[in-house]
Design a protein around this ligand. Sequence first.
Ligand code: HEM
Length: 501
Amino acid sequence: MYIYTHKGILSTLFEFLPMELEIFVSLFLFLLSIFILFRRRKHPNRLPPGSLGLPLLGQSLDLLKALKADKVEEWFQEGINKHGPIWKANLFGHPTIVLHGPAANKFIYTCDSNVLANTQPPSISRVLGSRNIIELIGHDHKRVRAALASFLKLEVLKQYVAKVDEEIRYHLQTHWIGQHEVQVQPLIKTLTFNVICSLLFGIERGPKRDKLLPHFHDMIEGVLAVPINLPFTKFSRGISARRNLLPMLIGIVREKREALQEQTQEINPHKDLITSLISIHDDDGSPTMSDDEIIDNIIVVMVAGYDTTSVLLTLLVRLLADNESVYSKIVSEQEEIAMSKAPGEALTWEDLTKMKYSWRVACEMLRINPPIALAFRRARQDIEYKGFIIPKGWQVLLSSSMTHMDQDIFQNPTIFDPNRFDKHAPQPPPFSFVAFGAGPRMCPGIELAKMETLAMMHRLVTQFTWELIKKDESFKRSPMAEFDQGLLVQITPIRKSKASL
Ligand code: HEM
């Protein structure tokens, strides 16, 4: 799975295991090493270079350490220096082929999912549900993806810019105005939760939404946690959160279906994502998605859309406090838009299309800090790739961070330069900028993410200035970036601009 793959830190697990489990795990380790040996023998000369290291653990701890310190590309570079762009390792309990470069990205992102499928440890589907889009392959994946895209596509989303903007203005009014200090990351998470609730689930502000938030929060933490199902672990809280959420979500789907049926005249099927999913029917009139699928997919949309966009926005807030030149260009772009609007007037799609520099800045931020740094797949059959064999059952791994930091692709990769994304600048080869993935599984939420990011940048820079309270506040990836103190900033309201509030 792309999002929160393999957070099962097996070594951590050992520290907490009771005796019986330790025996069980040791036996499992033994069987696994026999399996790995068998695999080595089956393809003795055609496996890429590299080492599978210790059974089960392999190089997992090193990669986790690099991930935590946001140095994934250094981990990759070391492997490339030793073995070249294709090598083998043992990661998170599975033998893995690690690939690097645009051609490899193309291969991974566009390979038929019957050959190379998304990987998700079973623990993830216990929290997210087995019918979510990330689990699905082949025709089922296409069907569910088309259903999600029917709402998430630009032509539909365009009409909701004012709604997103309204959520943002309410958010700033409630949580920022009147404050001297704010913790940016948790606040922005609340904002992205609210935008998804309103726009995708059609759940407006009020007690119903408030009831959902803690359950979603626990569920998302559960997806990211070490998968030990013992009382009081985050993972077990995640599973109970799913159990608690289900009746609420079933109720919401039922209400929306009834509302659709009771309507005498045409109801807008694009009222929200859930209504849209309920309204889609196959040619024979049967619903395209079962209720179970609708529920699992609205859960996955929340999980996929919540942390990713909030990480991007939080990093942008930090950047704008630090980089005077980028800040002043963004302010002038956004002020010009603000000046063209009546007081209190909502943003429109046309306004967002004028935020070209701001979006280049966001893309450059996604290049340097892609919220999802790794993508895993699993070979469903033996695959030949560049003269090597990727054996059936093995994982395949690519890193967007590594691609984005490759100086053969992006010159001076560590320099923050939004002009790389200028349409007149030389374009990098295809499959080089992969912050949103690529191919049939490319992020379907890209337009929503763009809309939220630009509208929030507009409102922030036209209403506030801010300074970092801890200049060196850093973040750890676990695997999503989490600022040590939530990114503490001191904020000052600026003169009431025409467009504010
Ligand atoms: C800055 C924000 C975002 C980033 C960087 C991002 C990144 C990604 C990436 C890299 C993938 C593909 C992973 C792979 O191939 O392994 C993906 C898939 C996905 N994203 Fe996003 N995403 C963002 C926002 C969103 C939002 C707002 C939504 C919801 C509306 C969303 C929903 C999804 C879904 C459902 C998939 C799975 C698609 C499939 O398997 O066909 N994402 N995202």
